[in-house]
Design a protein around this ligand. Structure first.
Ligand code: MN3
Length: 206
């Protein structure tokens, strides 16, 4: 079966005032939908891929047929990254800070949760052009901050995304125009730390 746009886990206006309804609507129904449509189109000649999970396809991207490889990395990566991104956000009044093993790991690796947020913010600010900043967990269980251009996904290299922010201009330009720093500051208010903690726990052996 062809890939389909996953439902947003909250309403389009749920992240107001930090991310506005128009941005969320266009981001989900136009940008994410376009990644799905272009992924499905790329796979038309290789329909056996429709039955695989996007994670599996991206993790084995080196073995993709060469004529569709870059399209699948771009659009499949876009599909995966956005599906991940929607889940790690939540209306502001329902978010809490990091807790449990995740909090301990952030303190151990970055000194404190605030220091982690500073470093993550700096990483996201330093993305040149369209891309993402991710907190990833490597296969050998190390936490690390990474910049990714375009829709290159952490799972292509076997890393697990724990937290990530879309800093393509389409993610913030309607409300924040060129002020990426304001967008990132606002975004911390809507991080779904429960989901981030679940991502962390799933990525680490305990
Ligand atoms: Mn986007």
């Amino acid at each position: 079966m062809a890939f389909e746009l996953p439902k947003l886990p909250y309403k389009y206006n749920a992240l107001e005032p930090y991310i506005d309804e128009q941005t969320m609507t266009i981001h989900h129904t136009k940008h994410h939908q376009a990644y799905i449509d272009n992924l499905n189109k790329a796979l038309e000649a290789y329909p056996e891929y429709y039955d695989k999970a996007i994670e599996e396809i991206l993790m084995k991207s080196d073995s993709l047929p060469s004529d569709i490889k870059q399209a699948v990395i771009n659009h499949g990566g876009g599909h995966y990254n956005h599906s991940f991104f929607w889940k790690i956000m939540l209306p502001a009044q329902r978010t809490l800070g990091p807790a449990g093993h995740l909090k301990e790991a952030l303190e151990k690796n970055f000194g404190s949760v605030d220091k982690f947020k500073e470093e993550f913010t700096a990483k996201a600010m330093s993305v040149f052009g369209s891309g993402w900043a991710f907190l990833i967990c490597t296969p050998d269980q190390k936490l690390s901050l990474k910049r990714h251009s375009f829709q290159n996904s952490p799972i292509m290299k076997g890393n697990s995304p724990i937290l990530g922010i879309d800093v393509w201009e389409h993610a913030y330009y309607l409300k924040y125009q060129n002020r990426r720093a304001e967008y990132i500051q606002a975004w911390w208010n809507i991080v779904n730390w429960k989901q981030v903690e679940a991502n962390f726990n799933n990525a680490t052996v305990r």
